[in-house]
Write a protein that binds this ligand. Sequence first.
Ligand SMILES: [Zn+2]
Length: 194
Amino acid sequence: MLTDELHPNSTLIDIPPAFHSSSTGKLFTSCVACGVQLFDEVLPYIIEKAYFRPNLSEKPKTMFEYSICNPCFEDYGAGFSDKSIARLEEFWDLHYKQEERLESFLIKDEINYLDWMERCCLLDLPRSELPMYQVNGLFIGKKMLLEECPWLVSGKAMDEMMQGYSKESKLRTLWFSKKYLNIPEEFQKYLPKV
Ligand SMILES: [Zn+2]
């Protein structure tokens, strides 16, 4: 999905604050897995940030955040079973309204990508009603690519996707989060169980 060739109508914009690091307030500079300097490369990279609040009246806290280069992202994905990938694709095919989103971007003069991040792109739930969610974007150098991304995915959609994973794939996600994400203790209990 993220690694398809660039759409001819893709647009690059400055990286918005929503994709700056919450811990430093600055841009992400390196891949969490291999450490490659992201601005030296012409390959796309991904940023993912996950948020949580036990009560909807609270401001969401950052659970984890990272940037990962495309080759490392593909390596990570290669650890998933074929069955899990097929189920994941099935879930996205069913829920993700790609054409609607692209159309809403292409026909308007003003870029409305921030609106994209106000609802779960899969289950169409408003961010204001989500205790847990994550945002993902695709980047090249110091620019964000507007195409299918950015996405907001609700915790509920994440849970539903996880349910379709094989045990091997669930362990893969657990391995990744333990190795790279440094998730604070206070959030550990909210993570999906394998
Ligand atoms: Zn990497």
